[in-house]
Design a protein around this ligand. Structure first.
Ligand code: AMP
Ligand code: GLY
Length: 425
């Protein structure tokens, strides 16, 4: 089978790593990929905003399976463009169309969807620019802290948690009136604050049936002890100790199944991954957000924990034939530590030379923001640079092993959290 992965981050490297192990994989292409994926397949230059360019590549390279990694091409309808092309009717595409991707692309859409289908989530209201005074009134009816979310995609930065009412009002004004997140904050969702531990649950669905992948917990804050600004994710662990079978079966019954059934009943054909961002509120799971893709860095632990061949599952999901498939997990823990550039998540330099350890033992290094410079040196090209994944017999052991290798990677100003996993002991 010839397979094309769209994307260039740690998530896509981890998916490529898993796909490359399948005996069913003939040629693997990653567009645009990164220096890590270049070791597993062929990186090709494609602009995923240009759907016709992607379609031409699929035809030329005789691609059978396309996996769309990031949210932006999903929200822009790349999956629809491929599926609706009569020349590509045999191609299996993993990733929802534009409508399904609204689960991630519009917070207002996803909150409405959850309420329509009785899926547990925080109470909320949505406001537009001309409803500022109603929005202030709603804020006053809530208890602090206040949660404000830009409706549209804002590169993971569109959520503001304000500690007091003045901060909340100021943030609201910046979002609605001063377009802090551009068009994405032309509508703002204000919602009830939920407290508890978060976890990420992933399914691969063909729109009717689904397979639950290993769950994971990521660490969002930049600082140790969960302090400082939110990031894309500073590390992850799978499995999550508190996600026992009782917890997971209530998640399936109250959240996963109603979501898949809800999409189907609304005529939204959804073939791809769904990422359920959940919070455990005293034993009851509620949905914080949906994403229409896999998580990053969660994928860097989810892929290593899948024992089965993933390619038949991906192909079946895209073709609507997942019903008779099953999945096996590895029993070990997998932990990943994200190595970031100094200054991330705000401003950080790029182009810093990276020295990888001579001996990385059994660690798996996933490239997130790396590039090759003109002298063929590996350099940084993003805030999140590399994810170091390791298996272990416990949460602590898996992180310990990952840290041993993380300590040997070098670039100027390298930073990573040293406290990952401690909260789960
Ligand atoms: P989101 O982009 O919706 O995942 O939000 C980013 C982060 O903000 C989440 O991972 C949570 O840590 C936090 N967050 C979002 N919504 C809530 C909420 N209703 N209550 C508490 N924390 C929240
Ligand atoms: N790690 C969270 C995300 O991928 O959105």
């Amino acid at each position: 089978m010839n397979i094309l992965i769209i994307g260039s981050g740690g998530r896509e490297h981890a998916i490529a790593w898993k796909i490359a192990q399948s005996p069913l994989t003939d040629n693997l292409y990653i567009a645009p990929g990164n220096p890590g994926t270049a070791l597993l397949g062929t990186n090709i230059k494609l602009n995923s905003d240009d759907h016709q360019q992607v379609i031409n590549a699929i035809i030329e390279l005789k691609i059978n399976l396309v996996v769309i990694g990031p949210e932006a091409p999903l929200v822009s309808g790349l999956a629809d463009s491929i599926r609706n092309n009569p020349q590509l009717s045999d191609v299996s595409v993993v990733g929802p169309g534009k409508e399904g991707a609204q689960l991630e692309g519009s917070k207002d859409f996803s909150k409405n969807f959850m309420f329509r289908h009785n899926i547990p989530t925080a109470a909320y209201k949505t406001f537009s620019k001309d409803e500022l005074s109603e929005a202030y009134d709603y804020l006053k009816s809530l208890q602090p802290p206040y949660v404000l979310k830009a409706d549209g995609l804002a590169a993971g930065k569109g959520v503001i948690i304000a500690q007091d009412i003045l901060e909340a009002e100021e943030a609201l004004k910046q979002m609605l009136v001063e377009s802090k997140f551009g068009e994405a904050s032309s509508k703002v969702v204000i919602e009830e604050f939920l407290s508890g531990i978060e976890l990420s649950v992933f399914v691969l669905t063909d729109g009717t049936d689904y397979i639950i992948l290993p769950e994971a917990k990521d660490y969002k804050r930049i600082g140790e002890g969960d302090t400082g600004p939110n990031t894309g994710g500073m590390g992850a662990i799978s499995p999550v100790p508190f996600a026992d079978s009782t917890f997971m079966s209530s998640v399936e019954k109250e959240i996963i199944k109603p979501t898949i059934d809800g999409l189907k009943s609304e005529g939204i054909e959804y073939k791809g991954f769904i990422f359920f961002g959940l919070i455990n509120c005293n034993g009851k799971a509620k949905v914080i957000e949906y994403n229409a893709r896999m998580g990053d860095p969660e994928t860097e632990v989810v892929m290593p924990r899948i024992d089965s061949d993933l390619v038949p599952l991906l192909f079946a999901a895209g073709k609507g034939e997942i019903k008779n498939h099953s999945i096996q997990f590895k029993p070990e823990y997998a932990a990943t530590v994200m190595l970031v550039s100094k200054g991330y998540p705000d401003h950080y330099p790029k182009g810093l030379t990276i020295a990888l350890p001579e001996n990385q033992g059994k660690a798996i290094l996933f490239h997130a923001g790396t590039a090759m410079n003109n002298h063929s040196d590996l350099v940084t090209s993003g805030g999140r640079v590399l994810a170091v994944t390791h298996y272990g017999s416990s949460v602590a052991n898996a992180f310990q092993e990952a840290y041993q290798v993380a300590n040997k990677v070098q670039f100027d100003g390298i930073y990573f959290r040293k406290d990952l996993g401690y909260d789960l002991k």
